[in-house]
Structures are given as structure tokens and as C-alpha cells.
Design a protein around this ligand. Structure first.
Ligand code: GDP
Length: 469
């Protein structure tokens, strides 16, 4: 399949989803009006339309998925995904294992950012992307890491077999010069000057293949760094395997992450378990149109230990695999200690290995699970439902969309756009509209999500000609 064909097909898939977000929200508003004027028959009729409309959407999405796997396209996608990922992994291996460590150009990254596990891993991945883009071997300084005092290598394989020594002839803080042997990186929030290759940038030499292969090449790219970074030590692998076995983790399963405690009211809103479970039910309803599902399994992760018993009580038809003891360990007091490492590592692993994710992308825990998920399928870009934000990477450059169709803003709050207008996107309201600013007119407000697509930031990275294609 050509790149344009693949892109268009995924656009239609998203278009169907957006159409249903819109129609459903509008019908919900009508329903409320029906309540207000005390017209129960009208309310029931609208409710029927919502239920049938949902079925229409599910069947359309199913058909689109089938269409996309016909003519051997699925086989092509699996092969291409493996080839492209292998290429990047070999480049990273090459970068990390220079012939002479004493002469290698290095980038030193300190794993001492004071934040949670997801945030720490994102910090490491940002360093790794910087290393790849400047062709410097990444040296991860993780002594006294707050999630394991013994350091990174007690949990994950070392980033290099040959070069972990941070010393060199001369050193400087970022940016230094091309010749400086050792450069030390600050956290992304303090980085000046900011180079062009920070997320969500994608590398020019691979961008065509990435865009053809994947519905969100920006997150797929991040996933590749996670794939290299998060290679488990045998001990870690054993711990994960045993936990999986013990909880009887099996597919199909939906991963649900409910982020509460310190996040609620500060960085995110409270969402009830019912809101998450609506989307879990959608997933299984869709699946059951095609196959029999023996059990509706949900892997439920949370930092709020009351969520799991509540879910079990309210949804007796579902099997919940989460572990209350893990959630208890995640509660605020012990959050940033190495005793909480096991819990968060397991939770993220299981979420990533689920068939579908329901969560809030305002949490780094879920964004990390989503990134890892991309390394496990040719294209898992639509296997999620976020109750709040669209995907982003902390410290990222501007996220832009481009208008594919013109639009005349009629409703209050809506903005207008011409084909080709660049839109800075702040978020998707999951009701048919996204919020953003039209960079041509400087108008800011709501625009219909189905008329715009992501504008990728394609940037020159080194092409690693030493590594065979
Ligand atoms: P964010 O604050 O949600 O964006 O993500 P961070 O990973 O930076 O910090 C949150 C921290 O809270 C995590 O690293 C965990 O230590 C803890 N936490 C949050 N949610 C969970 C969960 O579902 N399971 C476990 N085990 N810990 C969690």
C-alpha cells in the first residue's frame, strides 16, 4: 500500500470516531433539553438513537479495520514494522558501543530529576533522543536513583556493553561545541538553547517510512527509545513473568489507569470509575461482534487503593486483574522510594501489554504505557481512549495541525479556517471539536477535529550511514 493510501485510511477511521463523538454529544444535549421540558418519550427516543448510532460506529470501525488488513497489507505492516524498528535499534546499539570509549563523544544525563517514575523514564528518553541527534554516546548517571538506590543497571540492562565511563578530555554544559568530548545535559525544562529535534520531531531520513507505517509516528519514535532503554535485567523479567502468571494475565484484556491522589485538583480532574468503564464496555462490545470473549478482563492500575474494590463491586461481570497491594504501595507516602518500583514497573508493563488502554494522558504513567505499547504492535496508535489530554511529551515543541478542509465558525467559540491553515492544537474535547489557535488569523477557539490532521515536525537527524539499512 502507498503512503497516501495508508494515511487516508487512518484518516477515515479517525473521521468516523470524530463523527460519533460529535453526534453523541449533541444528542446528549438534546436529551438534557428533553428532561428539562419533561418529555420522557423524546428522551427515550434520543437514547435509542444513541444506542443504535453507537452500533453503527462500531460496525464501521470494524469494517475499516478489516479493510486495512486485506490484500496482505497486515503482513506487509508487520514486516515493515520489524525492519524499521530493527534499524533504529541497531543504530542505538552502534551509538552506545563506540570502538574506543576513551575517545568517544559523550552526553551525560543525570537521573536525579525530582519526580515520579514515568517522569524519570521520560527524562532518560529525552536524554537518549538528544544523544541520538548529536551522535553522542549516552552516559546515564543513576547512582542513588530514587527508584533504585543501586542504580539503573539493577533493573534494566546497561545502556552500553563497552562505554559507561563519563570521563573525557574536556567537558561542558549543554550546548558546548561539536568537539567538546563530554557534554552534560540539564533537565528539559532548563535546556537552552533548545535544539530542533526535541519531541514531537521525527527524523527526516525515516519519516516517509514512519508516516506510511504508523498512525502516530511521533509516539512510535519515542517508543523506539523506550524499547532500547527499558530492556529488563533477567531478575526484572523473572519478577514480571511471575506476577503475570500469578494474576493469570491473558488477552484480551483492557488496561485501565486511574490516576488520583496528588494529581486530582492540581494537574488533572477527578474521573469516576464509570467514565473509564464506558470505554471498556465499548471495546468488548466491538470485539464481541467478531469473536466470543470468554471473560471481560480488565487490568486496573491506580494510585488510589479504593478503586479496585469499588470496581469489583460495581462491575461483577468483569474480571479485574489489578492488585490492591500495588495500589496501596503507590499511595502518596511511599511513592518515590525503591519499594514502589516493583508496583509501578508491573503496572506499566501490564497496561502496555493490554489490547486497549483507557486512562488520562495527563499522567506520565499512562503516556509511558502507550509509548511502550507502540513497540508491541505494528500500529497501536488507535488502541487508547484518554479521558483528558491528547498525547504529548513533557517539554515538547509546539504541536501543530493543518486544516484539510475550510471551515466557517458559526457556533459561539468556534473559529474559521482555510485549507492549509496551521493550527496550534491545545487539546481535543472529544465532542467533535479541538481547541487551538489559527496561526494565520491569530483567532483562538474551537475547530472541528475531523477537518484537521497533525502537521509533523520533520527534522534533520544524523543518518547513521555506518549502520547497514
Ligand atoms: P504522573 O504524576 O501521573 O504524571 O506520573 P509520574 O510517573 O511522574 O508520577 C506518578 C507516580 O505515582 C508514579 O511514578 C508512581 O510512583 C505513582 N503512581 C501513579 N499511578 C500509579 C499506578 O497506577 N500504579 C502504581 N504502582 N503507582 C502509581
Amino acid at each position: 500500500p502507498s503512503r497516501d493510501y495508508e494515511v487516508k485510511q487512518r484518516q477515515i477511521y479517525r473521521g468516523v470516531q470524530e463523527m460519533w463523538y460529535f453526534v453523541q454529544q449533541e444528542l446528549e444535549k438534546l436529551k438534557k433539553k428533553g428532561h428539562d421540558i419533561n418529555a420522557p418519550e423524546l428522551v427515550n427516543l434520543i437514547q435509542d438513537i444513541i444506542l443504535s448510532g453507537k452500533e453503527h460506529e462500531i460496525v464501521l470501525l470494524n469494517d475499516l479495520q478489516e479493510l486495512s488488513s486485506m490484500e496482505g497489507h497486515n503482513i506487509w505492516r508487520a514486516t515493515e514494522s520489524r525492519a524499521l524498528s530493527d534499524l533504529i535499534q541497531r543504530r542505538l546499539h552502534f551509538l552506545q558501543n563506540p570502538l574506543e570509549c576513551s575517545k568517544a563523544r559523550k552526553l551525560v544525563c543525570n537521573l536525579n530529576k525530582s519526580c515520579g517514575y514515568g517522569c524519570q523514564i521520560h527524562h532518560a528518553a529525552y536524554c537518549f533522543i538528544m544523544a541520538y541527534a548529536t551522535k553522542r554516546t549516552l552516559i546515564l548517571n543513576s547512582k542513588k536513583w530514587r527508584y533504585h538506590r543501586g542504580g539503573w543497571e539493577k533493573v534494566f540492562l546497561p545502556l552500553s556493553d563497552t562505554c559507561t565511563d563519563p570521563s573525557g578530555l574536556d567537558r561542558s554544559n549543554w550546548p558546548g561545541t561539536n568537539e567538546t568530548q563530554v557534554i552534560e545535559l540539564p533537565i528539559v525544562d532548563m535546556l537552552t538553547p533548545r535544539p530542533p529535534f526535541l519531541p514531537l520531531a521525527i527524523p527526516r531520513d525515516l519519516s516517509d517510512r514512519m508516516i506510511r507505517l504508523h498512525g502516530d509516528p511521533q509516539v512510535w519514535w519515542i517508543g523506539q527509545f523506550m524499547k532500547y532503554l527499558l530492556r529488563y535485567q533477567p531478575e526484572t523479567q523473572k519478577m514480571v513473568d511471575e506476577a503475570k502468571e500469578k494474576m493469570n494475565f491473558k488477552n484480551p484484556v483492557v488496561g485501565v489507569h486511574v490516576r488520583r491522589t496528588d494529581k486530582v485538583g492540581t494537574e488533572a480532574a477527578f474521573h469516576s470509575i464509570e467514565e473509564y468503564m464506558l470505554h471498556v464496555a465499548d471495546f468488548f462490545n466491538k470485539l464481541e461482534m467478531k469473536e466470543t470473549v470468554d471473560r471481560r478482563r480488565v487490568y486496573l492500575a491506580s494510585d488510589d487503593p479504593s478503586v479496585i474494590p469499588e470496581a469489583k463491586k460495581k462491575y461483577p461481570d468483569y474480571e479485574f486483574l489489578g492488585d490492591v497491594s500495588i495500589a496501596k504501595g503507590a499511595a502518596v507516602a511511599t511513592r518515590y522510594t525503591d519499594s514502589s518500583l516493583r508496583g509501578i514497573l508491573l503496572d506499566i508493563h501490564m497496561l502496555a501489554h493490554s489490547d486497549y488502554l483507557v486512562c488520562t494522558f495527563s499522567s506520565q504513567v499512562c503516556r509511558l504505557a502507550y509509548e511502550i505499547m507502540q513497540t508491541l504492535h505494528p500500529d497501536a496508535s488507535s488502541k487508547f481512549k484518554s479521558l483528558d489530554d491528547i498525547y504529548y511529551y513533557g517539554g515538547q515543541g509546539p504541536h501543530q495541525q493543518v486544516a484539510m478542509y475550510s471551515h466557517k465558525g458559526n457556533r459561539p467559540g468556534e473559529i474559521s479556517m482555510e485549507v492549509g491553515d496551521i493550527l496550534g492544537i491545545a487539546g481535543n474535547h472529544w465532542d467533535g471539536y479541538s481547541k487551538g489557535v489559527n496561526e494565520r488569523t491569530k483567532q483562538s477557539g474551537l475547530y472541528p477535529s475531523f477537518k484537521a490532521v497533525d502537521k509533523y515536525n520533520i527534522v534533520d537527524f544524523p543518518i547513521y550511514s555506518e549502520v547497514a539499512i
